[in-house]
Design a binder for this molecule. Structure first.
Ligand SMILES: Cc1cc2nc3c(=O)[nH]c(=O)nc-3n(C[C@H](O)[C@H](O)[C@H](O)COP(=O)(O)O)c2cc1C
Length: 380
């Protein structure tokens, strides 16, 4: 490895600097993004889940965003082993998770979720199986065919109240903020996307009209949790089964989309992409988190395939293997040094190895246990 490359690798400290914003301070820039695991029988987070998060928290993470967890609208969840965020039993489980993570310096927020029309009509592990899925226009996200009734105004108001109750519970339990799941084709994103929102009332129409549902949720939460409690908002262009989908085709459209959400009270945007190094629009290298920070002035989280290359084993050794992993990590460091975005989420690599961040930080990459799909079969 050339001296120049070694020098750049020392800049890894960039990723482990503390982060300070108006409402949230973190001991490092590495974030665990929300990842559904399916280990919460009956929707109740177990002691094992608390330990799973703590094992990661103590290894130099700044923030954990929990796996998606359900608001108390009865068709929010597609699966009884995904955790709920309501009811004494589940909330006591979450309290233990918060306490476990707070034995370290790491902060933690729950990701509040409603799956909308992606919920199946039937299945052995479907909670409240008698209820159909709900969505802005009753459109199935995969086939884009209408399979249910459009949500009534009363139902929209009920869901807004349900998100708000969950945020209030998060604050009471001692979480450091909340993340609202507005990404990946689930309920809130079904309102954003023109293919799944064909409404002609105030919750539909142009891109700005389609943000109204999310904005009302953010406003309602803000009213109840006060001005100092951080609200993180996750969004994505891509949807499950529609990886090329776009909410915004140009920076101007992205600005139109983000402006009302920012005004409503979002503190940090979590910009979900599948590869952090991909430019979002032609003519600039900025990724989605880069554009979002530039357009809103808010801190942003970037994400997408960090640390997935097996080449990380050879990061600090000589030879051709070092190439792509080194390139990827240097590109991440360079973008963070340039303040393109503030925080970087590391998903699958952290499922594979709870100590991924500490190992990268301290030159122990040859000890990393690389993620494989088999790791999803247990809560290591
Ligand atoms: C097993 C698994 C479960 C996931 N569950 C969620 C989820 O509940 N909510 C969410 O917003 N994203 C979810 N994601 C997406 C991740 O948060 C993250 O954006 C994605 O894995 C890309 O990061 P990575 O390339 O570092 O893994 C999940 C990803 C995986 C692999």
């Amino acid at each position: 490895m050339s001296n120049r490359e070694e020098l750049r690798l020392r800049d890894i400290e960039t990723i482990f600097r503390p982060f300070h914003s108006r409402k949230l301070s973190l001991p490092s820039r590495v974030v665990m993004p929300p990842m559904t695991r399916g280990y919460a029988p009956g929707g109740i987070p177990t002691d094992e889940i608390a330990e799973y998060y703590k094992r990661r928290a103590r290894q130099e993470l700044g923030l954990i965003i929990t796996e998606g967890t359900f608001i108390d609208e009865p068709s929010a969840s597609p699966c009884t082993s995904y955790p709920n965020f309501f009811g004494g039993h589940a909330l006591r489980g979450w309290k233990k998770v918060v306490q476990a993570v707070h034995t370290t310096d790491c902060k933690i927020v729950p990701q509040l979720w409603h799956v909308g029309m992606t919920r199946p009509f039937q299945g052995d592990s479907l909670p409240n199986p008698e209820l159909p899925p709900i969505g802005p226009s009753g459109i199935d996200v995969e086939t884009l065919q209408q399979t249910a009734d459009p949500m009534s105004i009363a139902k929209i108001e009920e869901v807004i109240e349900s998100f708000t109750r969950a945020a209030v519970s998060a604050k009471k339990l001692g979480f450091d903020g909340v993340e609202i799941h507005g990404a990946h084709g689930y309920l809130i994103d079904q309102f954003f996307w023109e293919e799944t929102n064909r409404r002609t009332d105030i919750y539909g129409g142009d891109l700005v009209g389609r943000t109204r549902f999310a904005c009302e949720i953010i406003h309602a939460i803000r009213r109840e949790v006060g001005s100092r409690f951080p609200i993180i908002f996750r969004f994505s262009q891509w949807k499950n089964n529609h990886y090329d989908a776009k909410l915004a085709r140009t920076p101007a459209e992205l600005a139109d989309f983000l402006h009302p959400l920012t005004e409503a009270g979002v503190d940090i945007f979590d910009c979900s992409t599948r590869r952090f190094w991909e430019p979002e629009f032609e003519g600039s290298s900025l990724n989605l988190a880069g554009w979002t920070k530039k357009l809103t002035g808010k801190p942003t989280i970037s994400v997408g395939s960090v640390g997935l290359s097996e080449d990380f084993t050879h990061l600090f050794t000589n030879g051709p293997e070092a190439g792509s992993a080194l390139h990827q990590l240097n590109s991440l460091v360079e973008r963070m040094q340039a303040e393109e975005f503030d925080l970087i989420a590391v998903g699958r690599a952290l499922i594979g190895d709870p100590a991924w961040a500490a190992k990268i930080h301290h030159g122990r990459e040859n000890e990393i246990h690389h993620f494989s799909k088999d790791d999803l079969n247990e809560l290591i």
